[in-house]
Design a protein around this ligand. Sequence first.
Ligand code: DOR
Ligand code: ZN
Length: 430
Amino acid sequence: MSTTVIRGAKPYGEGDPVDIEIRDGVITAIGTGLDTGGAEVIDAGGLVALPGFVDLHTHLREPGREDTETIETGSRAAALGGYTAVFAMANTDPVADNAVVVEHVWRRGREVGLVDVHPVGAVTVGLKGEQLAELGTMARSAARVRVFSDDGLCVADPLVMRRALEYTRALDAVIAQHAEEPRLTVGAQAHEGELAARLGLAGWPAVAEEAIVARDCLLAKHVGARLHVCHVSTAGTADVLRWAKERGTRVSAEVTPHHLLLDDERLNTYDPVNKVNPPLRTASDAKALREALAAGTLDCVATDHAPHAAQDKDCEWSAARPGMLGLQTALPIVVATMVEPGLLDWRGVARVMSERPAEIGGLPDQGRPIAVGEPATLTLVDPAGRWTVRGAELASIAANTPYEGMDLPGTVVLTLLRGEVTARDGKATA
Ligand code: DOR
Ligand code: ZN
């Protein structure tokens, strides 16, 4: 029986430092001056202990675009970012719209073993938005799919969405909607506003998101199903969500680190590394999103980690693919945008990066309290640590980070999955 003692960490950044004893993947004691005889000791002086992070929105690109990311490299990036579970989006090639593909992704995640990889199943066959995929078969497969999404594309047909909500209600699963009314975003390249107009880029209006979120909240309430809204990007969507939650809709929502930090001023660079869907919005949208996350209107942070090959980014804006890397930079961005300004304490970080996403994704053994008898699935963070981002040094195959050269606060020192070290001092263990 292997024993590890984490010495001198502060759970949730609160109180005096404590020792955490771990045996066979489970927390067996928490206290001061624990006997470390024979145990492996991890010195965690000055570090904050949090439950391992859970990302509801990761593009791992396998199968199909292994030139940009694989389940192995993406798992490394996740472990280094403090994640212990990720949900792998379905817009792969082939699409994860059947049991064979989701089981493949799930198995490969287990083989790599650095994070729990939970495949998201497509809502519709081939992400075409027309015919429902075999949701029940994916739910009953070895991968036990509980989150379905056509992410990258919106389930735009209201009848298809209604039927999908009815099925997922029966399966105790959730639809994660990429909210974008496609008729309002034809050719869209950037947030519809003054800057896009000046640069001659076709606009992606806020209402394209808000209209779908409002519609889907009404549909979810009507059928009594759960709805999850992907990457909320506008102040207006937060207003819609507040309204829907107040009237008892079973809706949850995520916000990305980039929509918390960045805004459409970045368009001035004309660098497609800043192109993302939904687009970077105004500074006042970003402020409203930070406040909505602090207030709980937005439930959690999800990365929308979207690796892209250099040739798909180093090109003219309109030809570039949307998306940016996110797994290794998520915590530092949350520290910079939420912790440092006093909008969230570490308890709040645990809520938005771990507990709520685990609940939304239906993971009973993630996002658990740091307590005796609970799984030792933990992240140790150095709140005083700083780190300069270099895309080429990230674990992902792709390097499309919008944070290149930025000096960010808050470093992940150690990640533990059921007692096994998966990342330590900037190195993944597999
Ligand atoms: O920016 C994005 N990239 N948004 C999406 O919805 C899809 C994603 C991707 O797959 O690259
Ligand atoms: Zn999306």
